[in-house]
Design a protein around this ligand. Structure first.
Ligand code: GRF
Length: 185
């Protein structure tokens, strides 16, 4: 598969995908990295791998770039903008997102980054984890592709939960892409 990864920040999930491709765990190729944030370190990670990047908030421009690069699947990895209708329709059922909780718990509008883990912490959850799901017009509402659950009962802060969950994300996203490679999207 030809993959486009959309990032807004550090891009550690992007890095996990790039490393999985380099290690030949994935046969897919990341051909495009898109960000709404010109300062996103994820863009540097892409450039280090010689991958084309686009900084844009224009969904038509983004869609056209994905089509130009013959992208098969869009992966949202720490992407903080809502994907617009034009991209959702252009890539119907071919957009996945990684979310740092066990959806449907701790998902939906406003549930991103540390806010997710603060919600887990305030609810005194014994476990949390990460979810890879298909993207629809309902935030965090699409069909779940893969989940991994871990214990967080010994964590002493939302930040500690976030650190443990991020490690899960870095192995879950490549596993989810491998599942799509093996079973078809
Ligand atoms: C991660 O927690 C991811 O689950 C969420 O954005 C955060 C940052 O990801 N979607 P990254 O380091 O930019 O990949």
């Amino acid at each position: 598969m030809r993959i486009a990864v959309f990032v807004s920040g550090g891009g550690t999930n992007l890095q996990a995908v790039l490393d999985a491709q380099k290690d030949k765990y994935l046969s897919s190729e990341t051909v495009l990295v898109v960000s709404n944030n010109e300062k996103a370190f994820g863009l540097e990670r892409a450039r280090a791998f010689g991958i084309h990047t686009l900084v844009s908030k224009d969904d038509v421009e983004i869609l056209e770039e994905c089509q130009k690069y013959n992208v098969d699947i869009i992966v949202l990895a720490g992407y903080l903008r809502k994907v617009g209708t034009v991209i959702l329709e252009g890539y119907k059922d071919r957009i996945i997102n990684i979310h740092p909780s066990l959806l449907p718990a701790h998902g939906g509008p406003g549930m991103y980054g540390i806010h997710v883990h603060e919600d887990v912490w305030e609810n005194k959850e014994k476990t949390s984890g990460a979810t890879v799901h298909f993207v629809t017009d309902v935030i965090d509402g699409g069909k779940i592709l893969l989940q991994e659950e871990i214990s967080v009962s010994e964590c002493e802060s939302p930040e500690e939960i976030a650190q443990k969950v991020l490690i899960v994300e870095h192995r879950l996203l490549p596993r989810a892409l491998k599942k799509l490679e093996d079973e078809g999207i």
